[in-house]
Design a protein around this ligand. Structure first.
Ligand code: MN
Length: 398
């Protein structure tokens, strides 16, 4: 028999005023369920989106599949956004973990959308269990950039999948056998953007008997590294049962033989401006066919496969980008048009002939007049909500 000991903590970080992350630490109907959601949207909206995701997961019954909850959370976020202008364009990532299986073969199920992550720490080694749905993760997978370049990429916060971004959404799910001694970590990008996996691994190797200490240490490490974003960490430790007193809580009605000890989740720190903004890319097909016929035939074939390949790549990109495009419709960024500073609406990319952005309005500012930190940010095309970009322009004017 195994039991779980867990701890969750969230902190607004040093830059954001709001905390748009939400977490679930075993307080749902399924007490072995844990989740982290990182909301995106203007001002309060991200907070609304991430808490809807957590509320829906709280209702998930033991044994009920994740898919229904994911669809329901997506539907509720879209409905809330339609009913209120201030919430339009909001969305959230989510990563959820729960324990199931049998006494002989306990397992953990993981589902995720976006760039909040799950890690397994086992025998001193950290393994990332989720693949980010993000632009830079796609670029790393396609070999276009390295992991180090991804860490520095100006669009590293662009996600390609989120709850609330489109009518249809699908989580990636995976499951793994668990054993006593396993430590599972869920976190938002406010942790992983600030500290490297090696650091996370070494912090998780401390205090094997206490999930609270490493959870708090991870948050402090992210704060010390700058705390640019909301930081959320949930740790669930799987322990052997022998030599323990009666656990504080016992789950009922599911197949798992796991028991749960439940310290409360903790929220610390301030509350943030809108979460980042996020996005996508596509993969090229491969073509290795070689014709042995005449040069001419070879030439024609080459053109044709080129065309087919390009069309296929564009179709893949269009499919990948359509939710991103809808999403990006609520994003704004500054750019230069000649010497003028202008605001574009959308995302700073084009796919083939299709531009994912359009000129929204001018600012009356000139490139030469700019001073201060924003000057460097403009070529990076940092994405803002409408309210934020207007604030930035006011800051630039003063
Ligand atoms: Mn975040």
């Amino acid at each position: 028999m195994l039991y779980l000991e867990h701890f969750g903590v969230t902190d607004a970080g040093k830059v954001r005023e709001n905390n748009e992350d939400s977490l679930l630490v075993g307080e749902g109907r399924d007490q072995t369920l844990f989740a982290v959601a990182d909301g995106i949207g203007g001002f309060e909206a991200g907070e609304v989106a991430s808490s809807i995701a957590v509320e829906v997961l709280k209702e998930l019954e033991p044994g009920e599949p994740f898919e229904g909850a994911v669809r329901e959370a997506n539907r509720r976020i879209l409905a809330a956004a339609r009913g209120d202008d201030r919430l339009s364009g909001m969305g959230t990532t989510v990563v959820a973990l729960r324990f199931s299986g049998t006494r002989e073969e306990p397992e953990a199920e993981i589902a995720h959308i976006g760039d909040s992550r799950a890690y397994l720490f086992r025998n001193g080694e950290l393994t990332q269990m989720t693949e980010d749905h993000s632009l830079v993760a796609e670029l790393v997978r396609s070999g276009d950039i390295t992991r180090d370049q991804a860490a520095e990429h100006p669009q590293k916060n662009l996600i390609t999948r989120a709850l609330g971004a489109a009518e249809e959404v699908e989580a990636d799910t995976t499951s793994l056998p668990v054993e006593a001694g396993d430590r599972l970590l869920l976190c938002s990008d406010g942790l992983t953007d600030m500290i490297r996996d090696g650091r996370i691994e070494s912090i998780l190797s401390e205090s094997p008997d206490d999930p609270e200490a490493p959870a708090r240490r991870l948050v402090s490490a992210a704060l010390d590294a700058g705390g640019n974003d909301n930081i959320t960490v949930v740790i669930a430790d799987v322990r052997p049962h022998e030599g323990r007193e009666e656990p504080a809580a016992r789950r009922s009605g599911d197949t798992s033989e796991m028991e749960v000890v439940t310290p409360p989740a903790v929220q610390t720190g301030r509350s943030g401006t809108s979460g980042g903004s996020r996005k996508a890319s596509g993969k090229q097909g491969r073509n290795t066919q070689e014709s042995k016929r005449s040069r001419r035939r070879k030439f024609i074939r080459r053109i044709l496969t080129g065309v087919v390949r390009t069309v296929a790549a564009l179709l893949v990109l269009a499919a990948l980008l359509s939710p991103v495009y809808l999403w990006g419709n609520n994003r704004y960024y500054l750019d230069y048009e000649g010497d003028d500073v202008v605001i574009h609406r959308g995302l700073p990319y084009s796919v083939g002939e299709m531009e994912l952005h359009r000129h929204w309005k001018g600012t009356g500012l000139k490139k030469a007049e700019l001073d201060g930190p924003y000057k460097d940010q403009i070529p990076e095309h940092k994405l803002y909500t409408k309210d934020q970009v207007e604030q930035v322009v006011r800051d630039l004017e003063s």
